[in-house]
Design a binder for this molecule. Sequence first.
Ligand code: PLP
Length: 392
Amino acid sequence: MSEFENQSLQAAGKPPYLLTPGPITTTDTVKAAMLRDWGSWDGDFRQMTRQLCDQLLEVANAKTSHVCVPVQGSGTFAVEATLGTLVPKNGKVLVLMNGAYGKRLAQTLDYLGRDYVTLDKGDYLPPMPDEVENILKADSAITHVAVIHCETSSGILNPVPEIAEVVARLGRRLIIDSMSAFGAIPVDARNLPFDALISSANKCFEGVPGFGFSLIRRSALEQSKGNAHSLSLDLYEQWTYLEKTGQWRFTPPTHVVAAFLQAMKEHAEEGSVAGRLARYSRNQQRLVAGMKELGFRTLLNEKWLSPIIVTFLSPQHDNFDFNTFYDRIKAKGFVIYPGKLTVVDSFRLGCIGQLYDEQIDQVLAAIKTVLAEMQIDSGYAELPEENAVTAA
Ligand SMILES: *Cc1c(COP(=O)(O)O)cnc(C)c1O
């Protein structure tokens, strides 16, 4: 698309594409699914909730072992609800941390008053299975391990299957924050042992925001009565009420659920997890190749890049200013995402949502033009602690 056409689109009021980790750009059909009202107690809506839960369990091959408990709110509500419900008051959690979302797990446990220890790998290294093994062997009080599947702050894909194997072998329980991975990264409960896997409506399933859900091992949930610190975030009560009545305990986000069912239909039509993974991987590769041509560098070593979101180092050129860069790219029809790292200046480009080759090429063209406008000859930046990063 030419610069002119692009500007015309903007002038015509077409909203920008979101290159963010959620909310993401959804299809018109997903949005259109919200154009009617449902009664929360009504049989139609109860049927929709059942379908939602069945389909999510299906995606993870978890129908016989796990149950799906949806909960109102954003993804963090679902994480807090899951930790509060499954970790008993005398439990102890090993939190695997390598970014902002791992930190949030620890912060949540602080609020909940649950004991925990951390393995903190900084911003760009994954927690390794042997490290987890050593910590678990040295501390028999640890009951649970909590890990982020794709740590969205850097985009790193953590080695969850290998960690799950260690945790199961040592008889502990695993809680996975798979918020930005489930739906695009394969999860098979038959050979990936977990007590809970948490995600939300508005990431890889490409629905609109409004609820999260937790796939919880039935036997673990059955033992969790009375653990929760919070009325509205008690997933044991949410589940038993759902089982008994087919209804959510409190007002459900009816329109969001309707949109999600449409999104699940489109997910299946795209080839389910494999299809979505293929498109997101293609987006990521095209994006990274194009950005490299402009001189940009990724924060992570190639082998840890996820197909979900990629962190790029901010150009070290004196003319670079993130807000100007952001505004100018937005004016060309794309919303990018600021960095969320503690040590280096960076920004992120998401690969998820309704993005295809055409949009990737357009965003690359927009970035190229903006660099020229800002008189920045290259996106290049030196990597901090170069050795630490490349050693990974
Ligand atoms: C998006 C996300 C969350 C939840 O964020 P909300 O803003 O509460 O929806 C949690 N963990 C990870 C890894 C995420 O990417």
